[in-house]
Design a protein around this ligand. Sequence first.
Ligand SMILES: [Zn+2]
Length: 190
Amino acid sequence: MPAGFPDFRLGTVLATSFTATLTERRGDAVERIPTPQRLADWLAVSGLAVDSCTAEQLELARELRESIHAAATAAALRDPLPQAAVEVINARSAQGRAAAVLTPDGKRRWQLSSATAVEDALGVIAADAISIISGERDGKLALCASPTCQAAFFDTSQSRTRRWCEMNTCGNRHKKARFNANHRKNRAAE
Ligand SMILES: [Zn+2]
């Protein structure tokens, strides 16, 4: 990983891993794809490797990311979906030309056309977002309980009671904050 760039927060759901390339949206936001190359890096680790990426394509990707974030947040709150966001998601989905390919060992991988690889990759991400926002996939959209995060995540736990977008970051920070608060209270009581 190149030094100086924030690392990626990769989950198991493509669309919400993508929205997690901008974290702490309600606090000190961290942009994890600050350059076209970092978007290319993110796509590579997400099974959507592209040869190159332009500044315009990065803009397109960020527009899709914020649209997915807005639509997924509305879906989690059971609000009407913002129409502008729906239009962007649909446009990226329609523009993508990726082909699903079955590998000899029975896995699915995406084949992107060389001329429009980034657009194809964004199409795959948009389609993934549609599958979780439409409710066709097993799971529930929810918002992270961290006040500085509030990221929309896809809860596939059996009880559907997950509170954090990620246990390693938001969940642990909450646990630590509670521990410190208790510690202070006990010390004050002494
Ligand atoms: Zn979170």
